[in-house]
Ligand binder design. Structure first.
Ligand code: HEC
Ligand code: HEC
Ligand code: HEC
Ligand code: HEC
Ligand code: HEC
Length: 362
């Protein structure tokens, strides 16, 4: 599999034989296409990425990002010059650059296509027409496919969801999802990423941006007794830390309502779940992420004067909190080594992705 994930992925020389655009796979694999299109993998080359990159001025930086966001060589404006002076870090314009392919991000071909051959998991024993929308047709336009077990291994995802050094902060890697999984109950019992993120081989990849997905992994218990109340958040079925990345932030709020239903400001208390890091990634402010099967407790005490008030517990999830802070800071910059319009678009997306996950009145 190491060989399979060597990047940049070599040029798709078959392109004169059949297309590698996701829209063209959709012709026969509608289910996978529709699910993928709604997933973040289809948005991996968005304004937040494009706005930060200047591929012709700084190809080294751009290509380091394309490693996970657009890893086919044909997706990159520039490529490393090969030849006699291999040792020098030289980049040339990539003659096979394809902007449409670049914008497709982590698309079908990134995971399934190598040098003109289609790769996939072992064929299903019983294939229903819903599962493989094409099963009734005898034809495919890619000459069969190569079956590989590694499509059903967590390592397949580790290629982009695990760093192996560098980017350490406070002794912990910035992206450590595969290892977190490996050390958990799920890793030990071979319940892999795909079981939760691609159930029945569906190309969903839902994560923290999706409230229903988070509901599958997290249980919340709210109690009030006497002058005390407690909110307990349990990582009941997330296969890694909740959340695994440093980019989301979960905000827990406890507050009182007066008789008219207004918030008593002086009663508001907050707590945070997440790994909050500085914008330059040089400092970790806190790390309160919740490991599998562990809990986070939020204690709320109140004084006699609030006895007859109603207490409210709320949990808010901001999947893009880090990026939101980052884009705001970037836009304050006067210099223009980034694309202002794209970053403004990206900021808007991060402003809209937060949601209230839980509310209970006690
Ligand atoms: C080629 C690199 C690559 C591979 C392989 C890959 N991913 Fe991703 N994944 C990404 C990128 C990049 C994003 C973020 C896209 C964005 O938001 O711009 C992402 C996003 C996600 C998300 C959404 C996270 C959220 O915040 O909601 C999930 C879930 C996910 N991937 C799971 C998986 C699983 C499971 C596998 C293995 C079957 C996998 N990925 C394989 C690159 C990859
Ligand atoms: C090891 C794989 C990997 C590399 C390398 C990588 N990313 Fe990402 N990136 C991800 C994943 C996975 C996510 C989704 C999880 C998250 O939000 O942190 C993501 C999310 C993002 C997002 C927010 C979602 C979006 O599309 O707007 C931006 C912006 C981004 N990355 C920019 C970059 C830049 C710039 C670089 C290069 C300096 C880079 N990434 C390198 C894997 C990677
Ligand atoms: C991030 C990697 C990734 C991307 C992107 C991706 N796939 Fe897959 N695909 C997989 C994995 C992993 C499996 C096997 C899942 C399993 O067996 O649990 C799979 C399975 C399949 C299967 C077999 C389905 C079945 O029910 O037997 C087909 C067909 C397929 N993919 C087509 C596509 C198409 C078409 C696209 C683009 C619209 C696409 N894939 C995008 C990783 C990917
Ligand atoms: C003209 C119809 C057609 C088009 C277009 C097409 N496929 Fe397929 N594909 C098939 C058929 C039929 C199969 C069933 C298996 C076979 O080859 O016998 C298949 C099988 C697959 C498999 C293996 C499924 C498994 O069980 O592991 C993958 C992966 C796949 N296709 C991906 C793609 C991708 C990615 C594209 C676009 C680049 C694409 N296909 C375009 C018809 C098509
Ligand atoms: C037992 C089920 C389960 C397994 C196994 C699992 N996940 Fe998740 N994953 C979830 C749930 C539920 C969420 C939503 C809550 C959250 O964000 O932590 C999630 C969220 C994510 C996210 C969103 C970003 C974030 O900060 O949380 C990514 C990316 C992700 N998973 C990747 C993976 C990868 C890669 C693997 C395998 C190494 C994996 N997951 C294994 C259930 C699982």
């Amino acid at each position: 599999m190491l060989e399979y994930w060597k990047r940049p992925i070599p040029p798709q020389t078959h392109r004169n034989v059949f297309s590698s655009y996701p829209e063209d796979c959709a012709q026969c694999h509608k289910e996978q296409y529709n699910d993928w299109k709604r997933s973040l993998h289809s948005k991996a080359v968005g304004p937040g990425l494009i706005g930060q990159l200047r591929p012709s001025e700084d190809p080294y930086f751009a290509i380091s990002c394309y490693l996970c966001h657009a890893p086919m060589e044909d997706q990159s404006e520039m490529k490393e010059a090969r030849g006699k002076r291999q040792e020098a870090e030289e980049y040339i314009k990539n003659p096979s650059f394809d902007n449409k392919l670049k914008l497709s991000g982590v698309s079908c071909s990134v995971c399934h296509l190598r040098e003109g051959k289609m790769y996939g998991p072992p064929a299903r024993k019983r294939v229903s027409s819903k599962q493989l929308a094409v099963s009734s047709k005898k034809q495919n336009n890619h000459n069969g496919f190569v079956e590989k077990d590694f499509f059903e291994k967590a390592e397949f995802c580790a290629a982009c969801h695990q760093l192996n050094g560098g980017y350490e902060l406070n002794g912990k890697l910035l992206v450590n999802t595969y290892r977190e999984w490996e050390e958990s109950f799920y890793g030990k019992n071979n319940i892999i990423c795909q079981n939760c993120h691609m159930p029945d081989r569906q190309h969903l990849w839902r994560g923290i941006h999706d409230p229903d997905m988070v509901k599958k992994g997290i249980t919340i218990d709210a109690r009030r007794e006497d002058k005390k109340a407690k909110l307990t958040i349990t990582n009941a079925a997330v296969g890694h830390l909740f959340p695994t990345y440093a980019t989301p932030l979960i905000v827990i709020k406890g507050f009182m309502l007066d008789k008219k239903g207004r918030i008593v400001q002086s009663s508001l208390k907050k707590a945070y779940i997440g790994r909050r890091v500085s914008l330059d990634l040089s400092e970790e402010f806190f790390d309160t992420r919740v490991a599998p099967q562990k809990t986070f407790e939020f204690d709320y005490t109140f004084s006699n004067s609030y006895n007859n008030h109603r207490l409210v517990f709320e949990v808010w999830i901001y999947p893009d909190e880090f990026y939101n802070r980052f884009y705001k800071a970037l836009l304050k910059n006067k210099d223009d080594d980034f694309k202002r319009k794209e970053i403004a678009k990206a900021l808007k997306i991060t402003e809209g992705s937060g949601y209230r996950f839980f509310r209970e009145v006690l």
